[in-house]
Design a protein around this ligand. Structure first.
Ligand SMILES: Cc1cc2nc3c(=O)[nH]c(=O)nc-3n(C[C@H](O)[C@H](O)[C@H](O)COP(=O)(O)O)c2cc1C
Length: 186
């Protein structure tokens, strides 16, 4: 067990320790579904997307593409494609994440890379004091969303991230205990 893991387990966090800050960031990120009307500027959005692109990918093929959606009319149109319409209507900005199949070399690995990219973005925006949520239910209508956003035919919707300044009170997270998810220690 590393020093960081020992500290973390014992609950004795060293304030300012980079490792602990990162672990705390991972653990305190929660899905945020309601936002104030405050805008998120383009530099911040670029930083969040850049952090997404630092995710690992097989052969470093970086198969992701993004569309930044601010326009209210467009968000309203996209919101008709999911039962989570209110989140998309009210978030000041959404980022649609695509797998660009023209860059793909192995479908499973490319899907995994897109997932890592999305999680990086969620952690980045949390670290910046913003809130956001990974929206996947909309994938049932992914082709309609791809048409609305006029992306190239090679681009397959992976998720929409709705984000902004958090309005709601932070919720407690819950996870299965490790005993339930670690199958074996061999
Ligand atoms: C693949 C995937 C799809 C998701 N789709 C939705 C969604 O469509 N709507 C929604 O409100 N939350 C969605 N979520 C967020 C989950 O509900 C949330 O991550 C989970 O309940 C755990 O809560 P937490 O993120 O606050 O820890 C999705 C998360 C993932 C990873």
């Amino acid at each position: 067990m590393s020093m960081t893991q020992r500290l973390y387990k014992s609950g004795r966090f060293e304030i300012g320790s980079k490792e602990i800050q990162m672990l705390e960031g991972i653990k305190t990120r929660r899905s945020v579904r309601s936002f104030t009307s405050d805008e998120v500027d383009d530099n911040t959005i670029d930083l969040i997307i850049e952090m997404g692109t630092w995710a690992p990918s097989g052969l470093n093929n970086q198969p992701w593409k993004f569309v930044v959606i601010r326009n209210q009319h467009l968000r309203d149109e996209i919101s008709t494609q999911t039962k989570y319409s209110r989140i998309i209507q009210k978030a000041p900005v959404c980022i649609a994440v695509f797998l660009d199949n023209s860059q793909s070399y192995d479908r499973v690995k490319d899907l995994q890379a897109c997932g890592a990219c999305i999680q990086n973005m969620l952690l980045a925006l949390h670290n910046l004091g913003l809130g956001g949520v990974w929206l996947g239910e909309i994938l049932k209508n992914r082709e309609s969303v791809e048409k609305i956003l006029e992306v190239p035919e090679t681009c397959e919707l992976m998720a929409i991230i709705a984000l902004g300044h958090t309005e709601e009170k932070k919720k407690e997270g819950s996870r299965k205990p490790l005993e339930e998810v670690i199958l074996a220690r061999k």
